[in-house]
Ligand binder design. Sequence first.
Ligand code: PMP
Length: 391
Amino acid sequence: MAPLDWIDAELAGLRQRDLLRELPAPFDLQTTTIEVAGRPLINFASNDYLGLAADPRLAAAAAEACHATGVGRGASPLVCGRSTIHAELERRLAEFEHAEAALLFPSGFAANAGIVPALADRGDAIFADAKNHASLIDGCRLSRAETHIYRHNDAAHLAELLATHAPQARRSLIATDTLFSMDGDVAPLVEIAALARRYDAMLLLDEAHATGVFGPHGRGLAEAASIEPDGAIRIGTMSKALGVAGGFVVGPQALVDYLANRARSYVFSTAQPASTAAAAIVALDVVVAEPQRRTQLLATAADLRERLQAAGWRTGDSASQIIPIEVGPAAEAVALSRRLRDAGFWVPAIRPPSVPPGESLLRLSLTANHTPAMIGALLAALGANHQDAKA
Ligand code: PMP
């Protein structure tokens, strides 16, 4: 047997359990209508929530920066990779987020995976929501701290775990997504922030899906919950509502200085291209100047949730632009996704390991560019759900 033969068996096992993922045909332009195998499909899969990924204003800024500063950065930020444009984006992010300082990372994943181990080490305790994003989970694994998982969005369980474990720990860190990426539900941030204060714990909030969408100024759910800007370390990504790429953290200057020394994904990774940073600066301008994008998005989402529920579909605790259609078995989720594809809609089935076994779903992701006609057509294609009536 050759050393890599075991991989064939792994793949066969995944296929047998309906869990094998295959790369779909490449997608080019990121707009609401995408072309798959020569056929136009309405895209309900993208996290381009404000419809900025293909905005010509962002593209023009990226092209200009590319010509002025080159395509690649050549090194990590501490060596020679950080340009004036990166510095300007950090300043703009700090200003937008009402924080003292900001630090850029190559991606949101890299931010989480690097920041958690920089904040918590042996002798410390991390308290993490059971449905946190994979990058926070990996950050916890990379840290040598003891990680205590609390039941999803269950502040009472978090309180119990803190009472038991925080007193013995050198330092404590609570880490949670603010808007959960698969279920579209929201963490009880007011309760969690109060617990962090009571136990003197650091609070790390991953605003990946909420930045640009929630809060009176689009800063995210911490803003919506009126959490003091310095009451939490906030991580975001520019890959979703901002339509570009790259992660960031905002907080006090000392925190940023420390992370620039200690977050390994910052220190040991090449800086993002300046073209990306230039586009993100324009995206921030748009978030500030065009608040109607987020208000319209959230209104469309509320309307779609209501109509799905009226048709008998279960949308869980979604309270956002991410709306799951809860199906259950992976094979059924795949079948429904195929049926929608045949009807002209791209809605991916989400299966383990992205969700627990038996909790497969279709994840609808709305953007500001979805029109009422597109939403109506999707509802017509889905029809009523008779499955539950049968059960
Ligand atoms: N956090 C959450 C909650 C996410 O959903 C994601 C992306 N799926 C990330 C972090 C990672 O962000 P990025 O895509 O910029 O790496």
